[in-house]
Ligand binder design. Sequence first.
Ligand SMILES: Nc1ncnc2c1ncn2[C@@H]1O[C@H](COP(=O)(O)OP(=O)(O)O)[C@@H](O)[C@H]1O
Ligand SMILES: [Mg+2]
Length: 328
Amino acid sequence: MRAPLLRVEHLCVTIPSAAGPIHAVRDVSFSIHPGERVAILGESGSGKTMTALSLLGLQPPQARVSGALTFKGRSRELGLHTDAAAPVLADAGVIFQDSLSSLNPISRIGTQLIERLTLRGWKAGAARSEAARVLRHVGVADADARMNAYPHELSGGMRQRVMITMALLAKPSLLVADEPTTALDTTVQAQVIDLVRMLQAENGMSLLLITHDLAMAAEVCDRAVVMYAGYVVEDVPMAELLRRPRHPYAAALLGSLPRLDAPAGEPLETIEGEPASALGHFACCPFMQRCRHADPRCDGAVPALQAVTGLHSSRCVHHARMGQMESP
Ligand SMILES: Nc1ncnc2c1ncn2[C@@H]1O[C@H](COP(=O)(O)OP(=O)(O)O)[C@@H](O)[C@H]1O
Ligand SMILES: [Mg+2]
């Protein structure tokens, strides 16, 4: 197998708070291979954004980060200095949920795009035509006129296209997209996702898509890293996740998907109970309180991430039994 483009090992992110340390990310390891599309999947608060931010060196200043990162063959310990972490992934393109706060509100779109290239040694004239070319390519009509606009003058969908242009101008080998469509209405959501898929296929770049939406992840990605309470609970090829998840939390996510064959009006299964707290340490499986398969084996310690196959692992002591159950 080829070497991974990105390998994350034992990433931990802890943020001090008045109530005690918040363990946002707990011992997270995963890889992304060249051209692979990986989803980080989990409900709100599971540590997805903090994982991405700390890989990019963009975690809150008070956060304590540890772990190691290998990107394109270069390895680095994380958290030694926050600044030192950033250059390792400097080549990644990034799209965040909130394009309004990611773009400079008092600078024209064109200026921001052109600057992105001139910082990399482009001449101003060439940078302007390249920015306009990429804007047109991502579906912005009258790109030249749009370049004179300020961010607030554009619609949410249009701004997200500008963000994507920004991310692509640097010709990244990895695109990190954190809930790129959450702020958009459904039609525009589908357009932006189609665009991300098209660009990924065209450029052969790897994709790290962060989302709470399994349907979207399944549409776009080859692999899922399922997070719960800061832990990776399942790392699984997408087809296998849809067929036979090996962690009850992943199975519950699957159960909450609308099914094409379900009778109209049938309520969706929801995951009962409260999401686990990010405060303190667990002395049991973090999903135990919400899990219908829980038994005394789940108590006493956090289960280790165990190999199901060479390409699939689960943090559930019952993963073998889950594999024998009827698929959902
Ligand atoms: N700036 C912050 N300060 C303190 N706690 C934070 C901060 N950002 C996130 N957290 C906490 O860290 C945990 C993980 O958050 P996050 O990575 O944003 O989750 P997700 O992206 O999966 O919704 C949550 O408990 C959240 O409340
Ligand atoms: Mg998030």
